[in-house]
Design a protein around this ligand. Structure first.
Ligand code: ADP
Ligand code: MG
Length: 256
């Protein structure tokens, strides 16, 4: 029997899955992503941290084309991101996204929320979609909430449903943009635990978070952003014990 380690290995586990090459993005005069180069390996967990306004959300949104980029390229599994059309829908299905605000469909039940994408986008039949959805809801610990509506659930439960909904599409990579920032403190851990589990199972993940405990135990790599740039990249251990840049040191002194 192999032992399950609580911390991930430092070495990137697989071949490059998401590759950003010299990516630039402006909002008017604001240069929000500046020459971003980042390669995320299959099975790797990258935690992105940095001050508010540094471009973390824009980076995530660029990866699944919720934002366009001005120059550079982003590839997923060797394919460039399509600008529009069928290719774009397929790409979106390959990139699961979990936001700070859970974004569930309010007028659909929990089960329907998780079944919808696989039926509409993946063309799964209803029975298979339901079976899969129920299994996923069990896995994130809300199997007994399947017939409720989102508003009847706690924030932590809703966010776990949002994770199940994203997983139902069988994405190649999961993006989490501050998934616990809107939660009451007592609900943060139940969401982080689901994310920890996913990380241990080998899901490729990009996680924007201020949860340093999660970063330390789940991340292969920490990417520190400030003012639209990647200022520093390191293993969690290196980053938290010995940050190289003044910006990172300053940031850590404020949040730790
Ligand atoms: P972070 O997630 O690190 O807080 P964001 O990526 O949300 O940063 O934003 C980076 C910068 O871009 C901020 O200054 C923000 O105000 C600006 N910004 C984000 N989205 C837009 C938009 N749609 N239009 C104009 N400016 C934006
Ligand atoms: Mg943000």
């Amino acid at each position: 029997m192999t032992e399950v380690s609580m911390t991930k290995d430092a070495a990137p586990p697989g071949d490059p899955l998401v590759v950003l090459d010299d990516v630039n993005k402006h909002f008017g005069a604001l240069h929000v992503l500046q020459d971003i180069n980042l390669s995320i390996a299959r099975g790797e967990v990258v935690v992105v941290i940095g001050p508010s306004g540094s471009g973390k959300s824009t980076l995530c949104r660029a990866i699944n084309r919720l934002e366009t980029i001005d120059s550079g390229s982003i590839t997923l599994d060797g394919q460039p991101l399509p600008a529009e059309g069928k290719g774009l829908a397929r790409l979106r299905a390959d990139v699961g996204m979990v936001f700070q605000s859970f974004n569930l469909f309010a007028h659909k039940t929990v089960l329907q929320n998780v079944m919808l994408g696989p039926i509409k986008v993946r063309r799964k039949d209803k029975r298979a979609a339901e079976e899969k959805a129920r299994a996923l809801l069990d896995r994130v610990g809300v199997g007994n909430q399947a017939d409720k509506y989102p508003a009847q659930l706690s924030g932590g439960q809703q966010q776990r449903v949002a994770i199940a909904r994203a997983l139902a599409m069988e994405p190649k990579v999961m993006l989490f943009d501050e998934p616990t920032s809107a939660l009451d403190p007592e609900m943060i851990n139940e969401v982080l635990e689901v994310m920890q589990q996913l990380a241990r199972e080998g899901m490729t993940m990009v996680v924007v978070t201020h949860e340093m405990g999660f970063a330390r135990s789940a991340a292969n790599r920490v990417v520190f952003m400030a003012d639209g740039q990647i200022v520093e990249e390191a293993t969690p251990d290196q980053f938290f014990t010995n940050p190289r840049s003044d910006r990172a040191r300053d940031f850590l002194s404020k949040i730790l």
